[in-house]
Design a protein around this ligand. Sequence first.
Ligand code: GDP
Length: 334
Amino acid sequence: MDVLIVGLFIVAVVAIVVAGIVTAVSRRGRAPAAAPPSSMPAAEAPSPARRRSDGLGARARALLTGGTPGGDEWNRLEDLLLKADVGPAAASRMVRDIRDRYEVGADPEDLLREEIVGLLGEDGALRLPSGRLGVVLVVGVNGAGKTTTIGKLAARLAREGRKVSVANTDTFRAAAAEQLDAWARRANVQLIAQQRGADPGAVAFDAVESARARDVDVLLVDTAGRLHTRTPLMDELQKVKRVLEKAAGTVDEVLLVLDATTGQNGIAQAEAFASAVDVTGVALAKLDGTAKGGIVLAVREGLGVPVKLVGTGERIDDLQAFDSRAFAERILGG
Ligand code: GDP
C-alpha cells in the first residue's frame, strides 16, 4: 500500500514537471508575436515630467529613437513641426540643424528643446530707458489685439512703478478711442486724448509733449490697423513713427501685435508691417486660443525679430514676458 502511494506520488510529480516544461517551451515559441508591438525598453521609459505621449517632444523621441534615423524619419519630423504651425522655413531649418547635431544615443526631445531655444534666442525683454521718456509704438491689423495688449502692458508697467500714459493715433474710428479710454481706466493710467479726425502725426507730437510735461516714464502709442495692404496705412504709420522720433528723440520699441490664431496667414501681414516701420519685437496675442504655439517659431524665423510679450486671455493680467525656455516646454508638450 505504502509502495503504491509513493509510486502514485512520484508519477504525479513527474507529470507536473513535464507539463511545466511543455508550457514553458510553447510560450517561448509564441513570445515574439505576444510582445506589444511598440513596447519601449525600460531605459527609454518617459520620466514623470515627460509623460506627454502625444506631445511634439514625445513624438520626436518615438520617431528618432532606436537606430540611426534616415530620410523618412527626418521628413516625418518636418511634418510634425509643420503640423505644430512652425512654418516651412523654420521647420526645414530645425530639421537640418537637428540632423547635423544628431548622434546615436542622443535624446531627440533634448535636441528639439535646444533647437527651439536657440532659434528663439534667450532675450526677449522690452528695452525701456530710465531717466528719460520711453516711447513704445504699437502696430498691427485691426482685431489683432493692439489696444488690449496696450491696456495690459500699461497696467504691468504701472505696477512696476513707472508712470505711464497711453495715446491713440487712430483718430478715424470712434470705437478705437473709446476702447483705449476704457483700458486706461482699468489700468489706472493717463489717456492723452485727441480730437476725432485729428491728424495722426499731430496727435503723436502732442502726446510726446504732454507726456514730457507730466514727467511720464513710458508713452504707449496705439495706431490704426485697417487693411494692411493699402499703402496709406503704412504711410500713416511711418509718419507717426517719424514724428515720435523727432519729438521724443527716439522710439524705443516698435511692437507688432499678431493674433496667434491666424496661423501662417499672420506672417505675410507681419512682413508688411516689419518692412514699413522696422518692428523691434512681437507681442503675440491670443496664444490661449490656439494649441499650436509653433507660430512663435514661424514669426521668429520669418521676421527675424524676437517675440517679447504673449497675451493669454482678455483680462488685465493675461500678459506675460516671453520666456523661450518655458515656451519650448509648452511646444514640446503640445
Ligand atoms: P485691436 O483692433 O488690434 O486693437 O484689437 P483689440 O485689442 O480690440 O482686440 C480684439 C479682440 O481680441 C478683443 O475682443 C479682445 O478682447 C481680444 N483679445 C486681445 N488679446 C487677447 C488675448 O490674449 N486672448 C484672448 N482670448 N483674446 C484677446
